[in-house]
Write a protein that binds this ligand. Sequence first.
Ligand code: AVJ
Ligand code: FE
Length: 447
Amino acid sequence: GGAGSAEAARERAAKALAAARERTALLTSCVEDHELTAQHSPLMSPLVWDLAHVGNQEEQWLLRAVGGHEALRPEIDGLYDAFEHPRAERPSLPLLSPDEARRYAAEVRGRVMDLLDAASLDGSPLVDAAFAYGMVAQHEQQHDETMLITHQLRRGPAVLSAADPDPAPAHRGPAEVLVPGGPFVMGTSDEPWALDNERPAHVVEVAPFHLDTAPVTNAAFLAFMEDGGYHRPRWWRPEGFARLRSQGVRAPLFWRREGGQWLRRRFGRTEPVPPDEPVVHVSWYEADAYARWAGRRLPTEAEWEKAARHDPATGRSRRYPWGDEDPSEERANLGQRHLRPAPAGSYPAGRSPLGVGQLIGDVWEWTANDFLPYPGFSAFPYPEYSEVFFGSKYKVLRGGSFAVDPVACRGTFRNWDYPVRRQIFSGFRTARSARAERPVPGDGVPP
Ligand code: AVJ
Ligand code: FE
């Protein structure tokens, strides 16, 4: 409450919405219009669909639900309903043209800014702390990541570029650390823009475990490949092995073997696979198989979040591995500032108190868990946001990638996808359970 915090929320919302639109504009103005209406992969929508969809969701959630406005163009709602039309059929719909889509999204935005200026920002959970505006900015940024995935799948010369991240510092620390067992608070009840699936805060007991201090690198993943990893069913879940056999998968997506070396295509350019970079574009099955080969396993979602948020000094759960302050360029590779993950060992300023690095940014990290509600979950504002996806079909990913904006990334943020998915910016790190330490007789440790 309070006029000051309402003003701060208004300002934060306006900035987040503007940043999202700037990113959307960049991703849809760097190719010609015919490339916006083309389908670059049956896995993805034409870019022009994402463009009008973000405008249409913004209209529904803000102008209609918050502002009580009439529909601007009621006839288009069905076209941009993700549940009504699967991605593969979207190019054959009578979609708005690129110019119409731009004009429509801009018209919605203009009215939203008027609404934000005029509206009272408390009194209902939808507008408290500008929640719905924050949700809409996060939604657009999530589609901006989706559009970047479409750009990665697109054939043809490069149209995007960005500076490369700095090399990792020489002092990398240990490969894994012990995260002590005991309870910690998972999820949140007080992060204003946290989405329904991150709520509520609840205590979870976690047994002691060891966790990689960095995501698994291309070099490590190559060792698995060179040891015949893709050919040995013993490392794989049967359904994952069957799937890779039928699709002829032998390497992460976008890799190609040529002249005795592995190359990868990245946003229209081809380069040798960089050994120190976190592996990306692997399915949950590939991550799971690698971990088993390495004598390890994927971390559970609770383990991941405890490593990312638990402060051993105070016992409190924090917003990020480094504390409660927002992400910065020194702490994490977020926001499409770079078009690749940074080498393992980067961002020492972003490490957790125990020394776990790159939990936020770089690559989405597969966890062991299905996407399920927390105890006390309640769908808000719509069951279509998360609730309809709960169940055993989806696995949870954590931590965000280089393509995620900070507004849609935090220690509690949960992403989910099918375990076969590979075009997303997905990587992983591994864990192992800590054996119960037996005191050595005579070492002074009481039994
Ligand atoms: C949370 C990334 C799985 O892209 O399907 C976008 C986000 N929800 N529009 C997705 C979302 C509605 C969602 N993920
Ligand atoms: Fe959407």
